[in-house]
Design a protein around this ligand. Sequence first.
Ligand SMILES: [Zn+2]
Length: 253
Amino acid sequence: MKVTFLGTGTSQGVPIIGSDHPVCLSKDPKDKRLRVSVLVEWDDYTYVIDCGPDFRYQMLRAECKRIDGVIFTHEHADHVAGLDDIRPFYFRQGDIPIYAHKRVLKSLIKKYDYIFATKNKYPGAPTVITNRVKNKPFQLKELEVIPVNGKHGDLQVFGYRFGDFAYLTDMKTVKDKEIEKIKNVKVLVVNALRYEPHYSHFNLDEALEFIKKVNPGKAYLTHISHLLGFHEEVEKTLPENVFLAHDELQITI
Ligand SMILES: [Zn+2]
């Protein structure tokens, strides 16, 4: 399985428009973070988790030519705002499967009514095949995917386990019985926003504490704000099996 980090930034991305913060002005490419998303590939299959406002550029940058589906964690704009840009995939491949919680599907139908329209549909609009994700395993091709339920402030979010890889973003609280689903996984990706606490995201301390509970072989931090600091400096301070993800990083599991 190959995982490509398409984006590792928080909702505004890094740099923030108009910001003079030193991290926003950094020349290090690892300090440039698009909105959070990953590409997960195995055998001949390619799935993307979330498609935020940078989706089009991320697909171009990763030279991604086909996708087998989009899996959503939750409905916030930084995770869904690129949905219209599935059009090139739709034109080439036909209807694109999407996977999401019932509430997230409802939100997408509201935001993108023309994509879900069944009458008088605009010919340029893409069509999706909706798959409702409940908190129980589902199949993607031959692989069983296990949703991991958590809370992003008051909002329910899903993380996902694909074999030896688990991807959790926008988490603030995860119950022990959900943590059981990913214990000792080989590679864990989890969100770490900044040092200061935040009402709906793990800060660095909470992310490290969560990683200890999960006890993965390796962990990568994502959904990073400029306030966490320079990539190079922060990474030096992390435990030896924990890394900061950066855009375009690829890992093989
Ligand atoms: Zn987010």
